[in-house]
Design a protein around this ligand. Structure first.
Ligand SMILES: [Zn+2]
Length: 145
């Protein structure tokens, strides 16, 4: 994972640009199995969070470590070539993420970011999601889907 060939990059790009990326599907599956209801891609919210828990006023973003610059993460390591291209691009992603999350929180929402590298330990992920989302029984209206 130290360096990426152009093929790796475009594969990654394709995967990340698509709406239903694999890390996102994994998180959706775990959340669903835990018994929570959510909506997908809250279009009315800044950055279109991947999972929206409207009545709880909570959202989850699922971030690829490389594209969203997971700090200190081995998956976020930059390719050795063309750093003049990657550094500003990825730093731009990171700054945009921070800004969007601030906008959402300013509206009274809470934000959880789940990183791609955190999906390996499903049990730990499930515990973290439960701790974030709180009790399953919720008096708010059904969130559907
Ligand atoms: Zn990571």
């Amino acid at each position: 994972m130290d360096t990426l060939t152009p093929q790796d990059c475009s594969k990654r790009m394709a995967r990340v640009r698509g709406k239903d990326t694999k890390p996102e599907l994994t998180v959706r599956r775990v959340v669903h199995r835990l018994g929570y209801r959510y909506r997908l891609h809250g279009k009315e919210l800044p950055g279109k969070p991947d999972l929206v828990f409207r009545s709880r006023r909570k959202v989850i973003f699922v971030h690829g470590c490389f594209w969203h610059r997971h700090e200190g993460c081995p998956l976020a390591r930059l390719p050795k070539s063309r750093q003049d291209f990657w550094v500003p691009k990825l730093e731009g992603n990171r700054l945009r993420d921070a800004r969007l999350q601030e906008e959402i929180m300013a509206d009274g929402w809470r934000v959880l970011v789940v990183w791609e590298c955190e999906l390996k330990d499903r049990e730990a992920l499930a515990r973290r999601l439960e701790a974030y989302l709180g009790p399953r029984k919720w008096r708010g209206r059904d969130e559907g889907g």
